[in-house]
Write a protein that binds this ligand. Sequence first.
Ligand code: ATP
Length: 444
Amino acid sequence: MEELVALCKRRGFIFQSNEIYGGLQGLYDYGPLGVELKNNLKQSWWREMVFDRDDVEGLDASILTKPNVLKFSGHETTFSDPMVDCKSCNQRFRADQVPDHCKKEDLTEPRQFNLMFKTAVGPVEDKDSFAYLRPETAQNIFTNFKNVVDSTSRKVPFGIAQIGKAFRNEITPRNFIFRVREFEQMELEFFVVPGTDDEWHQAWVDARLKWWEEQGVSRDSIELYDVPEDELAHYSKATVDIMYKFPHGLEELEGIANRTDFDLGSHSKNQEELNIQAAVIENNESNARLATQNLETNEWTVPYVIEPSAGVDRGVLAILNEAYKVEELDDGKTRTVLNLKPHLSPIKAAVIPLKKNHDGLVEIASNIKKDLQKLRLGRVLLENSGNIGKSYRRHDEIGTPLCITVDFDSLEDNSVTIRDRDTMQQTRIEISKLSEYLEDLIIK
Ligand code: ATP
């Protein structure tokens, strides 16, 4: 973990947030390379969930959330952790995460601590004028259910996908970007006919495993955890967690829950007419019926929901951890390399003139760079440093799949040398074939 954290800072992937003022615990900023990696991961998820399917719509809803939403979702009463204070070191810990150096006799009795952040809305700050920062993106998918159905004429089974920030006042944020207070989630709420939910649940577990593998997270680093009944969240009938071997241990990367008809049922008016299966709180505040009607029988049904919910930041950490390698080379030296899947690499290609500031070489390199940029595959850089070895090392370390070197022969033969990050093999290729080559490499 220390090596990864150091690499992330040195190369501009991830920085401690508010660092110049001493930092703020549980917050991180994504730097020039980190933002590319993170965006690429989110884009890959969106493609898989929305573009490549015919049964999912997208959504981007607000972060500030009316208290009623989180009252009826059950978060106000249940979204809390038991905490203890240590009278010796004056720190507060989650009851199940007290460090060894605290003695049992110094600890207070556990007390519930709600994890949701509140903020004042409007000019007057009183007890009725607050909103929550959403603790999960899911809830405003549910509150928009009717809007989406009415505007798209969707019929179950179908899903609504959303990527966005979520906030939790974690008691002990730690392990770099694994447990933070501000993070991003990629959530799909997939609505199904009750009775088909178990089958869909399994289908989504399989689909999500396959996707993580395509992002470079090997199946060997993953274990599935069937959450036992006494550990299930209040809304869940069954949950399978995708557990990843993070540098600090085996922990949750994504949870795939069968949320039943709990959420739509909870946020619905006229609940008594809807044959809701889950134990929901009576709702006299909502103005919408979150159900679908069978036009032949006129019967209303609240769909069940299967929810694959993944953390973007945990995804970035897992992917970096999988990709990070320190390799022994033939000459006894070592190199650090990030074997990122090319579609996730922050920089897609680096074009390097053999000699710094040489007019002819730089002109060719610059034209190549412009042509490759036009492909819109991501960032392409011109490395006019004159130090090929150093450029290769830097690009290995940040996971650039392709380095393109323009040398003096290029002036004569319209060809360049390409170097593959993973094999370090160098091949000669015509400049006119570069676009196709890069496209194949990134999109394949
Ligand atoms: P944990 O048990 O680790 O606190 P959770 O079960 O509360 O996680 P969920 O509510 O299922 O997490 O949230 C779905 C996903 O959101 C998680 O799988 C994880 O990837 C991500 N996530 C949740 N909390 C955090 C956090 N504090 N920091 C980073 N990512 C988080």
